[in-house]
Design a binder for this molecule. Structure first.
Ligand code: NI
Ligand code: MN
Length: 227
């Protein structure tokens, strides 16, 4: 069955692939745009890109309730273990691990990563998922960086890029990111959750079409796309 991605608002994505469910950056109960509450989400794996509240908020509760394995940097795994998470796969930037659904590689991200209680959250990251039917890059929270050229060299089917500006790349830098990554398709994330990161996807999508080879895909929170 083809891999699907459902946008749960903000930077939270639910990936279904090969009978496994992977939840990225769970932020549901306090998200103004999440279409579901954390209690309604089950996952086999929870991937956390960095320590900020809007990415880690519901990680422990979803993992504990569904018995999911958390994949994150070492510091975040240790922090979640203190909150009762029993299964973790700690990793760090540049490393990759094989999991039952495919391979997960942690990439650099230019951002910060303090956990909600002030604990150190290690370095922020992004993820490349190598699945049986394609490769997906979740840039997660980051500014533009030229090494995206290297990340894209593996041949990406889909790039999930922040466009909210202020805390991450904005729409203009996300166009530059697509030029470096050269994915087949690109979907925007981390925008329109609150007014400070409000963006109009129309002009952004038009620039992607005009200036790159990638196909822009825009979904509303709750919407699903096929890989
Ligand atoms: Ni952040
Ligand atoms: Mn964020």
């Amino acid at each position: 069955m083809a891999t699907t991605l459902r946008w749960l608002g903000h930077a939270c994505w639910l990936v279904a692939t090969g009978g496994k469910t992977i939840l990225i950056d769970p932020f549901l109960n306090d998200s103004p745009t999440a279409p579901v509450k954390a209690e309604a989400v089950k996952a086999d794996f929870v991937l956390v890109s960095h320590g900020h509240f809007d990415h880690v908020a519901d990680a422990a509760s979803v993992a504990n309730r569904s018995g999911a394995t958390v994949v994150a940097n070492y510091e975040i795994c240790e922090w979640l273990a203190k909150q009762g998470v029993t299964s973790t796969q700690p990793m760090n930037i540049g490393g990759a691990i094989d999991l039952p659904f495919g391979r997960v590689k942690m990439t650099i991200a230019h951002h910060s990563s303090v956990l909600p209680d002030g604990s150190g959250g290690g370095n922020p990251g992004g993820f490349v998922l190598t699945l049986p039917d394609g490769k997906i890059y979740f840039a997660c929270d980051t500014g533009l960086f030229y090494d995206m050229k290297l990340i894209g060299a593996v041949g990406l089917d889909l790039a999930v890029l922040p466009i909210g500006d202020r805390f991450t790349m904005g729409p203009d830098d996300a166009v530059e990111a697509v030029k470096l990554l050269q994915p087949k398709r690109v979907v925007p994330s981390h925008y329109n959750t609150w007014p400070p990161i409000a963006q109009d996807t129309g002009p952004w999508a038009a620039r992607i079409k005009a200036e790159t080879q990638a196909e822009p895909i825009v979904v509303a929170p709750g919407g699903t796309i096929k890989l």
